[in-house]
Each structure stands twice: as C-alpha cells, then as structure tokens.
Write a new protein. Sequence first.
Length: 118
Amino acid sequence: MSLSKGYEAEAIAGQFLVKKGLTVIARNYRCKTGEIDLICRDKDTIVFVEVRSRAPSHFASAKESVTLTKQQRIIRTAHLFLLEKKWTDAYPCRFDVIAFEKGASDTHIEWVKNAFII
C-alpha cells in the first residue's frame, strides 16, 4: 500500500472511531521501537489502533496481517508512549485493529476491539 493510501485509510479510520464515540489523541506516533497509527481515548481507556488495508487475498485478511511480531512492536511502542506521557498507571489500555477489506465495488470496515492483549 502506498503512503498516501495508508494515510487515507488512517484518516477514514479516525473518522469512523470518532463517530463511534472515541477521541483521537495522536496520529502516527513514532519512536525508536515503531509506529502506532492512531491513539484514542474511549471513555477512561487508552486505545492503540493499528489500521490495515488490503485487497482480498488467499493468504491473509487485513486483520490477520497483524502478525505476532507486529503486535509485539506495537506493544513496545505503546509502552514508550505511556512512559512519555507518564500514564503508565493512569489508564487501562487496549489494542484494536481497524481492517479495510477492499472488494471490487466497495470497502468493508471491520473494527476488532481487543485484537490482542499484553
């Protein structure tokens, strides 16, 4: 996926989550361990969101493409974000995936809450 398509998917995901009641507090957070596409608040919970967009494939869906290695990288990056904000004990956290499956005529958005846990 090109960089511009990735940013477009992240923008759509952010709008989708805001409509669902979440507040986006950071986009494309980067540090030495990796990147997190969106960081949101859902009431008192900090939500780290990985956005994936894929055309249909026999190999893996968009949500299945978040491998264990990617999950571990997101978890390490989330930990550094929480340390930086001094929020390590302030809020519960969860890890969600927004998956875009692109078909021939439309795009389906799937929101997987608690997609993986620490």
